[in-house]
Design a protein around this ligand. Structure first.
Ligand code: GSH
Length: 212
């Protein structure tokens, strides 16, 4: 069974899928595609008309949208289940993923991390964008602090897709000093991150920075 992932090495969303694959013990091959390029190759747009990454190809079954991919991997492959059976825990997991996508990704990754860390070596960071990103991140972190389980995992008592999803975003967010300081103001999330940041799947999917 051949699994191919089309993605951009520095993509948070690609990392979520890669971590899911590692946690499940699934091997894959990688095809690099830069979604920020001026022109997206037509053969990629034929797979994903939105031109975003990642896109999965599993023996000709093509799937895009990260949550659809990670749930598919969890359900289609053996290995530890990454979704709770208990309805309320499963609902929390889904809620955390939706909050991360809807309200967290843009301020935490695109406004704070991209400005302060990723682009900073060739462009002066836009301090107004960073300030706005930090302000908007607070609301996300406060919301997650109030619903997080309070232990090593965000939903329930074992690893779920919520940890992988939000963890990839927090990895980038805390690569900036302001992001790390901001997260430090939320005790439950800080305790979760102290445990999660040592996870093997997170370390093994660290893309570093371009030129490292
Ligand atoms: N809803 C998509 C979002 C994926 C996404 O935004 N990926 C980023 C990279 S982390 C991307 O392709 N960005 C290109 C752009 O913003 O034009 C998913 O869940 O897969």
């Amino acid at each position: 069974m051949a699994v191919t992932l089309h993605g951009y090495s520095y993509s948070v969303y690609l990392r979520i899928v890669r971590m899911t694959m590692l946690e499940k013990g699934v091997a894959w091959s990688h095809i690099e595609i830069d979604p920020f390029a001026d022109e997206i190759p037509p053969d990629y747009l034929a797979l994903n008309p939105f031109g975003r990454v990642p896109t999965l190809d599993h023996d000709g079954f093509v799937l895009y949208e990260t949550t659809a991919i990670s749930r598919y991997i969890d359900e289609a492959f053996p290995g530890p289940s990454l979704q709770p059976e208990e309805p309320r825990e499963r609902a929390r997991m889904n809620q955390i993923i939706a909050i991360a996508d809807s309200y967290g990704y843009w301020p935490m990754v695109r406004q704070v991390f991209s400005q302060r860390v990723f682009n900073a070596r060739h462009r002066t960071p836009d301090e107004a964008v960073i300030a706005e990103g930090l302000a908007r991140s607070h609301r996300v972190l406060a919301a997650l602090e109030s619903i997080a389980e309070g232990g090593d995992f965000l939903a329930g008592d074992r690893l779920t897709l919520a940890d992988l999803h939000f963890g990839a975003m927090v990895a980038y967010f805390t690569a900036s000093t302001e992001g790390a300081t901001t997260l430090g103001g939320y005790p439950k999330l800080s305790a979760w991150w102290r445990a999660f940041k040592n996870r093997k799947s997170l370390a093994e999917t660290d893309p570093g920075l371009p030129g490292d």
